[in-house]
Design a protein around this ligand. Structure first.
Ligand SMILES: Nc1nc2c(ncn2[C@@H]2O[C@H](COP(=O)(O)OP(=O)(O)OP(=O)(O)O)[C@@H](O)[C@H]2O)c(=O)[nH]1
Length: 460
């Protein structure tokens, strides 16, 4: 049984300081649409490939009787391992150009890998969806757009690849671009860019194509390099999950009581009025300690120790938020989820729910909907969710949790369901109804509903 990697957006935060020049993006495409070739071309033409790697690729291509280097071989390590049946769900690649640094989540393209796109795209600012110009928008393309919309990836690029095989025809590109844009926009994707490319020939990947003078937009790399990403932590709601309570037992520090953790989103400053969830008690930030130094301001994803002016009862897993934040702590949670595990998720399932630094018991009360992702219609009898399914679940947690709507905060609106028996990740969840509402609006279909059997002792 394959247990997929923990989605990056749902696991621990990385320690790297926010850098304006960093773009996280994901690629998605069906088998043979040319994803490996596109990634290889990006790495090669942006000179991110080391010369010994290139020599190895040229050598391998020649020994296969090919004149030009097969750039798909640059990503072949991943493929070889996949063919041997080793589970590598998402490979992260790092590369840089003079204008920006990139982290690319490279996800396999088969239908059964929807969950990998969820994993790869959970922290992405942008997703590149590839289609083969000869095939146009297919079921997988709609799936990828739906997953990008579900994860609220803010920028979506449709790369219409293999334009060389359709004679670089503007009409072919235009009709694919139009169909895709209509579909993705109906799901609420805020920004969609469509680019005609040939990954093999290098048209519009890094350098502008000489074959498509009817296209006046950016190349793929230009778009990736110049996209304005919202990396101002001040724009996000401030959320500080408490990881440790620090109370030194020395005479010198008798009165010290600090709350250590990593800022999950937004920005904290000394003097700010805050409240602690779930208790709702208020106080003021008296000091912020970072690596032994006092600072006035700290922001996500920095690790800090917060000192409050009042002596409140704060424990691990509590969340410090601005006093006027609308988020409340509750035990009933509705979410859109992508089920990741090979064991299905059923109403009545007893699971662990991991939200930021806190893990509590939870029960799946209801599965009101299960989506057919190719046309977003509702299964008439949702029943249960199997691996790669996207659906809606109603959960009840053993303790109140301050969960944001995912639409407001990707970090504190997401959670994982975990199997209490072996600790494996079952399901990635996005709290709130925004995606379900977009789907209902786009399709006009109603949910059916499947409720849990009577509780027997797991009644919180
Ligand atoms: N003519 C033409 N062929 C292309 C182009 N891009 C990729 N190909 C070819 O299409 C085939 C599949 O390309 P890959 O890059 O391996 O496709 P992929 O999407 O990574 O495939 P998987 O890794 O199996 O999902 C290869 O034979 C490529 O050489 C293109 O722009 N034009």
């Amino acid at each position: 049984m394959n247990s997929p990697a923990t989605p990056a957006g749902f696991g621990p935060l990385d320690d790297a300081p926010a850098a304006t020049s960093l773009l996280r993006f994901a690629t998605a495409g069906s088998v043979d649409d040319g994803k490996s070739t596109l990634v290889g071309r990006l790495l090669h033409d942006s000179k991110s490939v080391l010369s010994d790697q290139l020599e190895a690729v040229e050598h391998a291509s020649r020994s296969r009787g090919q004149d030009a280097p097969d750039l798909a071989l640059l990503t072949d390590g991943l493929r070889a391992e996949r063919e041997q049946g080793i589970t590598i769900d998402v490979a992260y690649r790092y590369f840089a150009t003079p204008r920006r640094r990139f982290i690319l989540a490279d996800t396999p393209g088969h239908v059964q890998y929807t969950r990998n796109m969820v994993t790869g795209a959970s922290t992405a600012e942008l997703a590149v969806v590839l289609v083969d110009a000869r095939n146009g928008v297919v079921e997988q393309t709609r799936r990828h757009a739906a997953v990008a919309a579900l994860l609220r990836v803010p920028h979506l690029v449709l790369a219409v690849n293999k334009m060389d095989l359709v004679g670089y025809d503007e009409g072919v590109f235009a009709s694919i671009a139009e169909e895709f844009t209509r579909y993705a926009a109906s799901l609420g994707v805020p920004e969609i860019t469509t680019i005609p490319i040939s990954a093999l020939a290098g048209d519009n990947v890094v350098t502008a194509s000489a074959h498509m003078d009817w296209y006046g937009g950016p190349t793929v790399l230009e778009h990736l390099e110049t996209l304005a990403v919202t990396d101002d932590p001040g724009e996000d709601p401030a959320r500080f999950p408490v990881q440790y309570v620090i109370r030194p037992q020395t005479a010198e520090h008798r009165d010290y009581r600090g709350y250590a953790g990593q800022i999950a989103s937004g920005l904290l400053r000394v003097g700010q009025r805050v409240k602690v969830l779930p208790s709702g008690e208020s106080s003021t930030i008296e000091a912020l300690d970072m690596l032994g130094e006092s600072v006035d301001v700290a922001w996500a994803p920095q690790s800090v120790t917060v000192l409050l002016a009042d002596d409140l009862d704060v424990s691990r897993g509590d969340m410090i938020v601005p006093s006027d934040a609308s988020v409340t702590a509750g035990q009933d949670l509705t979410a859109t989820v992508c089920h990741l595990h090979d064991t299905p998720l059923e109403p009545g399932a007893r699971v662990l729910l991991k939200h930021t630094t806190r893990t509590v018991k939870a029960i799946v009360k209801e599965i009101p909907s299960r989506l057919t992702l190719d046309d977003l219609s509702q299964h008439p009898e949702p029943g249960r969710l199997v691996a790669n399914d996207i659906g809606r679940v109603v959960l009840r947690t053993s303790e109140p949790l301050p969960v944001d709507a995912y639409a407001d905060s990707r970090r504190t609106g997401s959670f994982l369901l975990i199997d209490p028996a072996d600790g494996s990740t079952l399901t990635a969840g996005m709290a709130g109804d925004a995606f379900a509402e977009a789907v209902r609006e786009a399709t006009g279909t109603a949910e059916a509903g499947a409720a849990a059997p009577d509780d027997d002792g797991w009644d919180f």
